[in-house]
Ligand binder design. Structure first.
Ligand SMILES: O=C(O)c1ccccc1NCC(=O)[C@H](O)[C@H](O)COP(=O)(O)O
Length: 241
């Protein structure tokens, strides 16, 4: 079942919007230079408000063991989203240490970047394909920047694959139809300005993503038939004289 994740939530009303809209996963950002940064205390309070209605992901960037320990102890998250330069070995170590699923973010700008994903196959529980940040960016993600989705279309790639980067209520349907991901993730596209989420845009995003996922999953059986070699139909027995 594909899922919709709203990342970078930091207030009760926008968290409620994500939950009421039906997002299956929400994310808290633990990167101090981000306008979406939340303290442990704030994230824990928001986490209590979730009350099991969605999975909680915590987003870190090259966090050390002590920081991760503190976050996991305070929040008991469902997923660790690693958005830095964590190597496959580091991802494996974090996963083993915390016993939690890891979603590894990887930047995509060219076909060669898909090869980098291979190194994480069987190591990360999911790959989050994101745009590469601009050269002068202060954060490695959450920049509202999209990449060429056709790079991922019809290619062999690790699964589950979550699509992110520059998605918004107007383009998420097309992105889903092209990439056919297992989930989508958004931050900037449901904001009025960096760090300020807009509940109406959250509702619009979840609805648009849901509609597109429903469409591609309805289409699946027909696509499967088109490539299939069908057995010849049995001859209709002749009847009558
Ligand atoms: O949101 C941030 O500020 C952030 C900071 C550091 C690393 C990652 C960050 N965000 C990642 C995301 O919110 C999403 O996973 C993804 O990059 C999509 O973001 P956007 O293009 O803004 O929708």
């Amino acid at each position: 079942m594909p899922f919709v994740k709203i990342c970078g939530l930091s207030t009760p009303d926008t968290l409620d919007a994500a939950l009421d809209a039906g997002a299956e996963m929400i994310g808290f950002v633990f990167f101090a230079k981000s306008p979406r940064y939340v303290t442990l205390e704030r994230a824990a309070a928001l986490g209590r408000r979730v009350g099991g209605r969605a999975r909680q992901a915590v987003l870190t960037v090259d966090a050390g063991d002590t920081e991760l320990e503190a976050i996991v102890a305070a929040l008991r998250p469902d997923v660790l989203q690693l958005h830095g330069r964590e190597s496959p070995e580091r991802v494996a170590a974090i996963r083993a240490r915390h016993g939690l699923p890891v979603m590894k973010a990887l930047g995509v700008a060219a076909a060669a970047d898909l090869a980098a994903m291979e190194a994480y196959r069987g190591v990360a529980d999911a790959i989050l394909a994101d745009a590469k940040p601009p050269k002068d960016a202060v954060r490695p993600g959450g920049n509202g920047r999209a990449f060429d989705w056709t790079l991922l279309a019809g290619r062999e790639r690790p699964r589950p694959l979550v699509l992110s980067g520059g998605l918004d209520p107007d383009n998420v349907g097309e992105a889903i139809r092209i990439v056919r991901p297992d989930g989508v993730d958004v931050s900037s596209g449901v904001e009025d300005q960096p760090g300020v989420k807009n509940p109406d845009r959250i509702f619009a995003f979840v609805a648009a993503a849901r509609a597109a996922f429903a469409q591609i999953h309805e289409a699946l059986p027909l696509e499967a038939w088109s490539g299939e070699r069908r057995a010849p139909r049995p001859a209709v027995p002749a009847t009558g004289p």
